[in-house]
Each structure stands twice: as C-alpha cells, then as structure tokens.
Design a protein around this ligand. Structure first.
Ligand SMILES: Nc1nc2c(c(=O)[nH]1)N[C@H]1C(S)=C(S)[C@@H](COP(=O)(O)OP(=O)(O)OC[C@H]3O[C@@H](n4cnc5c(=O)[nH]c(N)nc54)[C@H](O)[C@@H]3O)O[C@H]1N2
Ligand SMILES: Nc1nc2c(c(=O)[nH]1)N[C@H]1C(S)=C(S)[C@@H](COP(=O)(O)OP(=O)(O)OC[C@H]3O[C@@H](n4cnc5c(=O)[nH]c(N)nc54)[C@H](O)[C@@H]3O)O[C@H]1N2
Ligand code: SF4
Ligand SMILES: [Mo]
Length: 757
C-alpha cells in the first residue's frame, strides 16, 4: 500500500479504485465466482503503515451484527482510515468492505443531522429541523397522550440488536408495554429453536479444526459471520472439505468441493436421508448416542423410510451423491459440522429442518470435541440496569402463548403482531417506537406494513440514516454513529468467548445523540428518570468489574478474552445435565411431544407454485448490510449489477429477456421492477431478488434506489413452531416491461434531491 492511498480528508474524496486496493477484504466480496481463492484475502501479518503519526484508536465496527475489531487512524479529529485488529479473537484480522467504508458512512452527506419533525403528509419527505428539547417534548407528549387513551400497552417498541439496544429495551420495560418485538422472528428464531430443543443451547462451530463442513444455504463467504467466515476462508481447500447446498452458485459455492443446487425447501429430506444411510451402514457414534442422547430407537425407525432414493426425488440430488456425502461426513466425524445456518427464515417447516441438522450432528458425535459443534461459554459482565419493581400488567395485543407456545416470548413475533393490528377494527397500538430497525424492508409484505403504519397515529424512528422506515415516521431522532459513540461493552458467547469494546473515535459531527441519552431525555419527561440514573461511564465501570482488566487497558486492547483455544469436553463429563427437559441431547423432543408438534424432525413437502411461476429466493451481498449502506458510493459504485435479479438463461429466453432488461416481478402481494441478470448460477425454477435494494426514501442517494424492494413481494408465511417469517414460500411471475438499462452504468451520483438539508 502506498502513501497515495491515504484516507481522504473531510471534503476530499477517495477514488473507488484506491478504496478497493486499500480494503483488506474487499476482494472477497467482489471476487468473481471463478476467482482463485488465496490467503491474501484474509491478511493477518502486520503491514507497513504510512500513517504512523496518526493516533490509533481501537473500537468495534458497527455496520453489522459481527462487531469486528477495528483500529481507526485519526489525525486532526478526522478519521483517515479504518484497519482490522489482527489478534482479535472474533474477527481474526478481518475488516470487510463495509467495515472499510465506515469512513464514508461517517462523512456521508445524507446522514440525518438533527432531530426532524414531519410537516406535510407522511412519507412526503417534508421535515422541520428542530432542537433535541423540542423533539423530545413532542415525542413525550404524544406518548403520554397514548398512555391516557390506551394505557402503556398502546405503545409498541421494536428494535434490532446492537450495543445500545439494552437502553431502548429497558425504556420499554420501564414504560410498561408488553408489545415489544425484536428482530429474531425475521432472522434466526427457528435455527435457535432447533438447536435449543436438541442440545439445550445454540452451539458454536470449531471451523478451525473441522475436516468436513456442509453449508446449506449459509452463504458464509458473502453473508459474513465472524469468526466462522474467516475460519472457513483460511481452511477451505487446505485441510477441509466443503459441501454447499444452495439453489444459487454463490461465492461460497464457488469455493466448495461439491455444490448441489438443491430444490428449495427440501433440505430436510437431504438431512434425513443422510441419517438413514448413517444408521443403515452403522456409521453412527453408538457410544455417544447411548451415553448422551434420548430417542435413538424412535429416530432410527423414523428415518428408515427416508432413503437416498426418496430424497433424490425431493431434492433433485442423485441418491449416490447423498450416500457419498453421508459416508464422508460420518467418517470425518467428530471433526465434521453440518452448519445450521444463520438466517433461518425460509419455510413454514423451518424449525424442523434446523432440528434435523442438530440431530444429524449428534448421531455422529460431532459435539464438544475438536472440529465439531461446541457448547458456548460467555464471560460474565455486570449489567447494572435498574428495573421497575412491578411486572408488566397489561396483556400483549396478540395471544403469543397460544399461537406459539414454545417460542421465545420475550422477543415477540413480528408477523403475528402485525396481523393483530391489521385485523382489529380499532388499532390496539397508538404509537410505535422503532430503534435501529427498518421494517419496511426487513418485514415481509411491505404493503401490509404500510397499512399497519396507517393505523398507528404516531411513529418515531431512532436511526442513523434516513431509511425508508424513518422516511415514513413522524419524528426522526438521529443516533450518533458507532465511530462517534462510547457504548457499553458487549459480551459475546462463543467457543472462545470475548468481551467487545466500543469507544468514541471522534465527537459527533452533527446534532445527534446516543440511545442512552435519547432514552434519558424521554425518561426525564415521562417520570421514569429514576430507572436511568447512570451514565455510560458508570455502566462500563460496573460492567467490567468482574474482569481482570481495567478501563484503560480495555480501551487500549479493544477487546477482552481469557481463552485462546476452546475448552473441549465440558458437557461430556459424568453428571452434566444438558439444558433440555430430559437433561440429555434430545433426538426426540420431550417438549415438542407435549405440545403435539412432531417430536422427531419431520419433513413436509414444500408447496409448489402456479404454472409459470417461480420460487422467489432472497439473500444478501457481501457489500451491504440488509437495506443499509446501498447508498454509499464506495460500495454501490463498486457493484453496479448488485441490484439485478438473477434468472436462469433458459428462463430469460422463455421471456425474451437479456441482461439489463427491466422485468416486472409480481407476487400475490405486490410487484416491483428490476433489471435482470441471466446466469446459469441459479436453478431454473427460482428467481433471486437480492435483499435491500429499491429504497424509496428521498433522503438516500441514488444508489439505494436501484433495483426493487424484495420485501414488497414476500407473502406473510411463518414457521409453525416459532412464528419466524418464512421468506422462501412466495412464488412470482415475470412480465417484461420492454425497458432496458445498462446496469453497469447505473447512476453514479451520491447527491440527493430535496429532503434533508
Ligand atoms: N455482507 C453481509 N453479511 C451479513 C449480513 C448482511 O446483511 N450483509 N447480515 C448478517 C445477518 S443478520 C445474517 S442473519 C446472516 C445471514 O446469513 P445467511 O443466512 O448465510 O445469508 P443469506 O444471504 O440470507 O443466505 C441465504 C442463502 O440461502 C440460499 N437458499 C435459499 N433457499 C434455500 C433452500 O431452500 N435451501 C438451501 N440450501 N439454500 C437456500 C440463498 O440462495 C442464499 O444464498 O448474514 C450476516 N452477515
Ligand atoms: N426480504 C428479506 N427480508 C429480510 C432479510 C432478507 O434476507 N430478505 N433478512 C432478515 C434478517 S436475517 C434480519 S437480521 C433482518 C434485519 O432487519 P433490520 O434490523 O430491520 O435491518 P437493517 O437494515 O440492519 O436495519 C437497521 C437500521 O438501523 C439503522 N442503523 C444502523 N446502525 C445504527 C445505529 O448505530 N443506531 C441506530 N439507531 N440505527 C442504526 C440503519 O440505518 C437501518 O435503517 O431483516 C430480515 N428481513
Ligand atoms: S463483518 Fe464487516 S460490517 Fe460487519 S462488523 Fe465486521 S467489518 Fe463491520
Ligand atoms: Mo439476521
């Protein structure tokens, strides 16, 4: 790296090319499917740093769930470059393309720069800039009005995880509303349930030591999850064999030894057939089964009929391949992992599929041993929240306990909650407080969410950017960006647990506040101040009290961990009780049986579409986080085709379409227009619409407006056990529009019209 690649000064721009060269990891995200996979993509050796005179401040990235370790190089109060932290146990020396673009996100002219109160129609984009005092008075007044008319339960709170989410949730609790919903039922609720109901916990995966790994639609080389993505990138092709099941030839598939373009929704058939082969050929770990599990006889009987020949019909994968994979997997065990996936919002039978994966890992004994699934540990830190003495008295506006008796009730269930609001004559919800969430993209069926918004009199979005959802709110309260905030430390459970630290790198550039300050401002106005009687600094001091490190050392290191290597075998000792009802690994679930759910992983044939319709699949790219960051020119500009829908060349021919032709994609719920990319990298019966494009907010740059909003198409199907959204149960039809765009030449301006300034 030469000095000419120094980061930009404020007002200066960095060319896309120099950004790409500077990015440690960018290449992986952009690599063509055929690009060679070399270890320089994940670099951990120290590199020459031309910025030595700059101050180096260590913190945690805030641009997605991973919270990677980052060093910010600061001179004269300006962040000039972000670098990875090489020895970080979670991100392991990686900072992805998005993480590098954090500099541009910070200096993005499109940020919300002060509190905004809507004037004119909702969504018309006319805002009045205001002071925090006035904005908080206005919000408090409206919340009190709702409390008087409807009780505290008339306010709904929704949020997505983050270092400051505690404060928002604590505010909902102090306020006293049970109508709280978090992101898991859009994301991983069914995976979590599948793992819990089998092992009593959600494991980590020993991907540094595993010899064989199966990823079913878990796109770890694009949808990054640390440390898993980095461990795979370092090992795949060397001492590890990778098998990928995905209807698309993803970057991950391009690095695999075997790629099977499985028919969507049939993965459990593959898993059951693997189990039938393993039992049939005596490849199971019998000692492990006898000692640690219950239900093996019932399971053996259950899978007998699920032969590879049967599964071949369901999945489209040849029986001999299923047999081969089953044998290879069992012979590599216990250093083998069938990875349970991350976004498990696929089908109505999703929890059963994820449980099937857990059970398969168990029968080969790939648990708590090197190279297998590993129980997690967590470093205890204090959480000095002061909670109100009384439990919340009011009932939820929907009967979650009856609908999904075994679901995680604390996090609510998004689709069921929305349905209850839409179906009631008089809305049970008068105000909606939204923290760090963009439901107009992330919740299936955008039109239904818009309808719900019409029934809610007052909506507040606490966001860092003018997202589509913020644009439809009545008040936007801008939170300071992660690089401008000191946050409470975050303890992340894992095979090697770690405490992450977030420290302010530069002061807020605009009139923004952090969540705790926003909550305190509201609490003061609402008579709840006593529950928020602390500062972030008080919190941090209390939180790290149990650690053998002080605040200064934590800030210098950027993280805290005590283990280098996993501690194997803790749950395999005599007398250990798994946190299931029986205390054993449950191949057959006691609780499922009690609730009349199938207690053994049970396959349900996926629904099929109307003639001429294609199954819609969705998912992410390495360059964006959900529907955020598309507006940054460093990312969007590097990825002109990213917004295009994938269709198979035969499908393109059938409809007379070629690359760049704009097609209308229609489902029962909505329609969008997107350019297409014809590629043999997708099955013929599927259409892939990349997630998060087609934003409508005029506060975002043109890049974010490219393509279509996939969520407009999704029907509201849900998993039967957890209520997790089921996002691959929708079928779409294609209608050429006759228009064509040069996708490589989509708008390159990052200016916006109207709105915020
Ligand atoms: N760059 C980036 N990284 C991220 C995120 C991000 O937004 N951007 N988000 C983070 C979050 S919150 C999450 S939950 C994870 C998500 O991580 P993943 O779940 O790995 O990511 P998705 O892109 O949603 O992956 C869906 C994949 O499943 C495939 N698929 C669809 N249907 C089927 C099917 O029936 N069977 C099989 N076998 N495959 C199928 C799709 O083609 C797609 O490749 O990523 C995390 N990491
Ligand atoms: N169609 C479809 N829907 C999906 C998915 C999909 O693949 N396809 N994926 C699902 C998954 S796995 C998940 S996890 C969910 C995610 O759903 P969301 O959590 O709604 O998604 P994000 O886009 O990450 O929204 C985060 C919002 O928070 C803002 N933000 C970012 N940082 C901060 C901050 O520090 N403070 C504040 N206050 N705001 C901030 C961003 O600007 C953005 O508007 O979406 C789900 N929905
Ligand atoms: S994966 Fe990328 S965006 Fe996510 S925390 Fe790490 S560096 Fe940031
Ligand atoms: Mo997610």
């Amino acid at each position: 790296m030469s000095t000419s690649q120094n980061p930009p000064r404020e007002g200066q721009s960095m060319s896309r090319r120099s950004f790409l060269q500077a990015g440690t990891f960018t290449v992986a995200g952009l690599a063509l499917a055929s690009a060679p996979f070399t270890s320089h993509l994940v670099r951990s050796a120290p590199r020459p740093n031309p910025l030595l005179e700059d101050q180096a401040i260590r913190t945690s990235c805030g641009l997605c769930v991973n919270k990677c370790g980052v060093t910010a190089w600061v001179r004269d109060g300006v962040i000039r470059k972000l670098d990875p932290i090489d020895e970080h146990p979670k991100s392991r020396g990686m900072l992805c393309a998005r993480g590098n673009a954090g500099v541009q996100a910070l200096y993005d002219p499109n940020r919300v720069k002060s509190p905004l109160i809507r004037v004119g129609e909702r969504g018309a984009g006319r805002w009045r800039q205001t002071t925090w005092d006035e904005a908080l008075d206005h919000v408090a007044e409206n919340l009190l009005k709702v409390r008087t008319e409807m009780g505290p339960e008339g306010v709904m709170f929704s949020s997505t995880e983050g270092f400051q989410e505690h404060f928002f949730r604590a505010f909902a609790e102090a306020w006293g509303s049970p109508n709280v919903v978090r992101h898991p039922t859009l994301c991983l609720a069914s995976m979590v349930h599948g793992m819990f109901s089998t092992f009593g916990e959600v494991p980590a995966f020993d991907l540094r030591k595993t010899r064989y790994i199966i990823l079913a639609g878990a796109n770890r080389f694009e949808a990054l999850v640390t440390p898993d993505s980095v461990d795979l990138m370092r090992n795949v092709g060397k001492r590890q064999k990778l098998v990928v099941l995905d209807p698309r030839f993803t970057i991950t598939a391009s690095k695999a030894d075997d790629w099977f373009p499985i028919r969507p929704g049939t993965d459990l058939a593959f898993v059951l057939a693997m189990m039938s082969v393993i039992f049939e050929e005596g490849l199971q770990d019998q000692n492990f089964l006898d000692r640690y599990t219950i239900g093996q006889e019932a399971l053996r009987e259950h899978v007998r009929k699920h032969t590879p020949e049967w599964a071949a019909e369901e999945t489209g994968i040849a029986a001999r391949e299923i047999r081969r994979v089953a044998r290879e997997f069992a012979s590599a065990a216990p250093a083998a992992v069938f990875y349970p996936g991350r976004r498990s919002s696929w089908t109505e039978n999703d929890t059963q599929f994820r449980r099937g994966i857990a059970v398969l890992n168990a029968i080969v004994g790939a648990w708590d041993r090197p190279g297998g699934c590993l129980p997690k540990t967590r470093i205890a830190i204090e959480e000095p929240l002061v909670f109100p003495p009384d439990d919340i008295a009011a009932d939820r506006c929907y009967d979650l306990e009856t609908l999904f008796p075994l679901a995680n009730h604390k996090d609510g269930t998004y689709l069921a909650l929305r349905r209850s609001i839409l179906e009631s004559a008089k809305s049970p919800i008068g105000a909606w407080m939204i923290y760090k969430q963009n439901p107009l993209h992330s919740v299936p069926n955008t039109n239904a969410t818009l309808e719900m918004m019409k029934k809610i009199g007052f909506i507040v979005a606490i966001d860092t950017s003018p997202s589509d959802t913020a644009w439809m709110a009545d008040v936007i309260l801008p939170e300071s960006m992660y690089l401008e905030r000191t946050d409470p430390p975050h303890s992340v459970a894992g095979a090697v647990p770690v405490v992450l630290n977030r420290r302010q790198v530069v002061p807020p550039r605009h009139d923004t506040k952090s969540c705790i300050e926003i909550v305190q401002g509201l609490a003061e106005r609402l008579g709840l101040a006593e529950y928020f009687d602390y500062t972030v600094d008080d919190w941090i001091e209390a939180a790290i009290e149990p650690l053998t490190i002080n605040r200064k050392e934590l800030d210098e290191r950027g993280f805290y961990s005590t283990l280098e290597e996993p501690n194997y075998g803790r749950t395999l000792r005599d007398g250990y009780r798994f946190r299931t009802k029986s205390g054993k690994i449950e191949l057959e679930s006691v609780r499922y049986r009690e609730q009349s759910y199938p207690a053994l992983p049970t396959y349900v044939k996926p629904r099929s579409g109307r003639p001429g319709a294609y199954r819609l699949i969705t998912g992410r790219s390495a360059l964006y986080t959900h529907a955020a960051l598309q507006s940054l020119s460093w990312l969007g500009g590097a990825d002109p085709e990213g917004c295009a829908a994938w269709i198979h060349p035969k499908v393109a021919d059938r409809h007379g379409l070629s690359d760049g032709d704009v097609v209308r994609v229609r489902s029962s719920q909505g329609e969008i227009e997107v350019p297409i990319k014809a590629t043999p990298r997708i099955r013929e019966d599927c259409v892939f619409v990349p997630h998060g494009f087609g934003s409508r907010s005029a506060g975002l740059s043109d890049y974010a407006h490219r393509g279509g909003r996939d969520s407009e198409l999704l029907e509201d199907h849900e998993d039967t056990i957890t209520g997790n959204a089921a996002m691959h149960e929708t079928f779409v039809e294609l209608f050429p529009t006759g228009r064509h765009i040069e996708i490589a030449k989509l708008p390159v301006s990052s200016r916006i019209e109207g709105g915020l300034r």
